[in-house]
Design a protein. Structure first.
Length: 318
């Protein structure tokens, strides 16, 4: 059996205390206990509760993104820095630069479960609730802006950056107001988790023949009741590209959204696509292979609401 040095010291003290008690040397017992308490304090540090303690720290929001705060902390400290459960507030509430965190701390920074309410330097208000590591969002969390036109980032974070699974990405696309809102059911999450390779740009070429075996799609039937649709990739031929744009993505370096319609301008499709959709331009006619996920409205450039079928594309080709 292996015994640590600390354990050996502890049991040695206990033996001495027991021997002193048997000899009725109570003064020696008191001295030994006092020494033992001092050793424990030295080894473990000194924790205590504080209220409105002045505290300045640098918050690493992500790698290369740091903000300095001077605020007040209420909670547990160890060696004069937050360590344990506590609340920290810096700046004026609802003003740019405001920072309020409540949760677990380690060595002076948020670490563990907690909730951050923040007004960034641009005046945008948001709340993050979830796991922190070394001050950064890391692990499962929910990042939600007060502005409903922003996507809700719910899922996996790494070093302060949202790094969703495919299912989390597709779910996110349905959370912004006026952008074809929808909610993924468990069956959709299961389908996406099981068929992730069919939707990634790096595997598209290898899976192209499999994707193109998709069956036909009845848009009117789907529009009537999207909840009755069993998740599968379907094909819609000869769609006109009304709008298409690539942007820096959360799941891949580049992602694309497109608005498509049939030749009668009756059925519209609000589509997201992993990768750049090279060679596809506005006014092109394309075949769409996609997973339909919802049916709702998006706001057009003129401010009108237009109904569209939302979906995640596996392949778009001319």
């Amino acid at each position: 059996m292996r015994i640590s040095i600390k354990g050996a010291v502890y049991w040695q003290f206990m033996f001495i205390i027991k021997e002193a008690v048997m000899k009725r040397n109570y003064f020696k017992v008191i001295v030994i206990i006092a020494i033992l308490c001092m050793l424990i304090a030295v080894c473990t540090g000194c924790t205590k509760n504080v209220e409105d303690m002045e505290y300045a720290f640098s918050w690493n929001a992500s790698e290369g993104e740091t903000y300095d705060f001077n605020g007040k902390y209420t909670g547990i400290i160890l060696d004069n820095v937050p360590n344990g459960q506590g609340v920290y507030e810096a700046g004026k509430e609802d003003e740019a630069g405001y920072f309020c965190y409540e949760g677990e701390w380690a060595e002076g920074v948020p670490n563990g479960e907690g909730t951050l309410y923040r007004v960034n330097e641009g005046g945008e208000e948001y709340t993050y609730k979830g796991n922190f590591k070394e001050g950064m969002f890391d692990g499962h969390g929910e990042l939600i802006y007060d502005d409903d036109s922003y996507w809700k980032n719910i899922g996996n974070f790494s070093k302060g950056v949202f790094k969703p699974t495919l299912a989390e990405l597709v779910a996110m696309h349905g959370t912004a107001e006026d952008s074809c809102e929808y909610t993924l059911s468990d069956s959709y999450v299961k389908f996406l988790n099981s068929n992730e390779d069919l939707f990634t740009s790096k595997n598209r070429k290898d899976n192209k023949s499999k994707i193109k075996k998709a069956g036909s799609f009845n848009a009117k039937e789907f529009q009537k009741d999207p909840s009755e649709f069993e998740p599968e990739i379907v094909k819609v031929p000869n769609l006109n590209v009304i709008q298409i744009k690539s942007y820096a993505g959360d799941y891949e370096k580049k992602e694309t959204y497109a608005i498509l319609t049939d030749s009668y301008y009756e059925d519209y499709y609000f589509i997201y696509y992993n990768g750049k959709a090279n060679g596809i331009l506005e006014d092109d006619v394309v075949d769409l292979y996609f997973l339909p996920v919802g049916y709702s409205t998006y706001e057009t450039v003129s401010g009108a609401d237009n109904y569209a079928i939302a979906g995640q594309a596996a392949l778009i080709e001319k």
